[in-house]
Ligand binder design. Structure first.
Ligand SMILES: *Cc1c(COP(=O)(O)O)cnc(C)c1O
Length: 381
């Protein structure tokens, strides 16, 4: 059977491969005023909150747009105009958070570690002790540009200990890595429809501590990205403030039912871990080397060193692997040449084994023999 008559499997960190049931949920039209649609919105908010046990402490505010829209809305709504956000950076999403904070006219300070060095609770403790003008801290839980996991729980405890407010970008971890709002203190946590909950992309969500959000009216410098207004309007009317992404909401509702019936977050993590282990053993077989050491690598997305062989070109590798039915992701590092493979989406280790075979065959077709890492990493290897 040819792979050309079906969609390729997306080994990308969102959009990702969704199940047939999730896709089928999009085959209906819904009116934004209609009670049946607004009932679905309420269900989606409750199901999302249950994943991180936040229903008693936080409100779940959905937001139109890709994940970045919700990150921007969280900063814009939570950080007062005279606030000061400390942004913890070890990759592209941390840099994006610092950039959008500056563009909204909020004061920010950045703390950057290398792409393969997690931020530690001790780092944050020192930074907060040194600068009492900091009011908020921004953290990327899983930095998708490499796949590194930052220690959310430890950092959250330190931030709370200093009496500061924590904003977490949990976009690529929510639904798969364990997060518990009852034991991990944060004021806002941002997730999206099209990552580990395996819905289609197009909607974000911010869990905001209720007592915090109640005091955030008037902070926003944007009409559209105002979580306080979105929340109060939705509480009053049950409706979204502006046109809702109806098909995304109903598909996400279906995806969340599958998340629950699979066994919730622990089962989702177990499947992704099985995908990840299959990928890692495959990479070992092929002689390809992952960028991160296993101890700090989340089983969400893996960054792989590009082969040194001059016959290797990412664009050709990508096209050949795609022709075999799998979509890879380019690297995002500036110092070393890499590519990325996502472990998330409605796939299992069987598909991942086929993906490894596709990579092996593509490299052989290209005549790539020297798979040792290219460039700077070679000296370090
Ligand atoms: C996907 C992602 C985002 C949001 O990116 P969009 O392209 O706006 O969806 C933000 N942060 C992290 C860590 C992500 O993985």
């Amino acid at each position: 059977m040819s792979n050309h008559d079906r969609d390729p499997i997306l080994l990308t960190p969102g959009p990702l491969t969704t199940s047939l049931a999730t896709k089928a949920a999009m085959l209906r039209d819904w009116g934004s005023w209609d009670a049946s649609f607004n009932g679905v919105t309420a269900q989606v908010r409750a199901k999302l909150a249950a994943i991180i046990h936040s229903q008693d402490s936080h409100v779940c505010v959905p937001m139109q747009g890709s994940g970045t829209f919700s990150v921007e809305a969280a900063v814009n709504t939570l950080v007062p105009r005279d606030g000061h956000l400390l942004v913890l950076i070890n990759g592209a999403y941390g840099k994006r958070l610092a950039r959008l904070t500056a563009m909204m006219g909020r004061r920010s300070t950045t703390f950057e570690t290398a792409d393969d060095v997690p931020t530690t609770a001790a780092d944050v403790d020192g930074l907060l002790a040194k600068d009492p003008s900091i009011t908020h801290v921004g953290l990327i839980h899983c930095e998708t540009s490499t796949g590194i996991e930052n220690p959310l729980r430890e950092i959250a405890e330190v931030v709370a200990g200093h009496g500061k407010s924590l904003i977490v970008d949990a976009m690529s971890s929510f639904g798969a890595l364990p997060i518990d709002a009852r034991t991990t203190p944060f004021d806002a946590l941002v997730a999206a429809s099209g990552k580990c909950v395996e819905g289609p992309p197009g909607m974000g969500v911010v869990f905001v501590r209720k007592s915090t959000l109640e005091r955030c009216g008037g902070n926003s410098t944007s009409l559209a990205l105002d979580l306080h207004d979105q929340w109060t309007y939705m509480e009053k009317t049950t409706q979204w403030r502006f046109t809702p992404p109806t098909h995304i909401v109903v598909a996400l509702n279906a995806a969340l039912d599958q998340h629950a019936s699979e066994g919730g977050q622990p089962a989702r993590l177990a499947r992704y871990r099985a995908n990840f282990e299959m990928l890692m053993s495959g990479l070992r077989e092929l002689g390809l080397r992952p960028f991160l050491p296993p101890a700090i690598q989340a089983p969400i997305i893996v960054t792989v060193h590009a082969p040194a062989d001059p016959k290797y070109l990412f664009a050709e590798f990508y096209d050949r692997v795609r022709a075999k039915g799998f979509v890879l992701y380019p690297g995002k590092l500036t110092q070393v040449e890499t590519f990325r493979v996502g472990c998330i989406g409605a796939i299992g280790p069987g598909e991942m084994r086929h993906a490894v075979n596709a990579m092996r065959d593509a490299l052989a077709e290209m005549g790539v023999r020297d798979v040792t890492p290219a460039g700077a990493a070679r000296a370090a290897a």
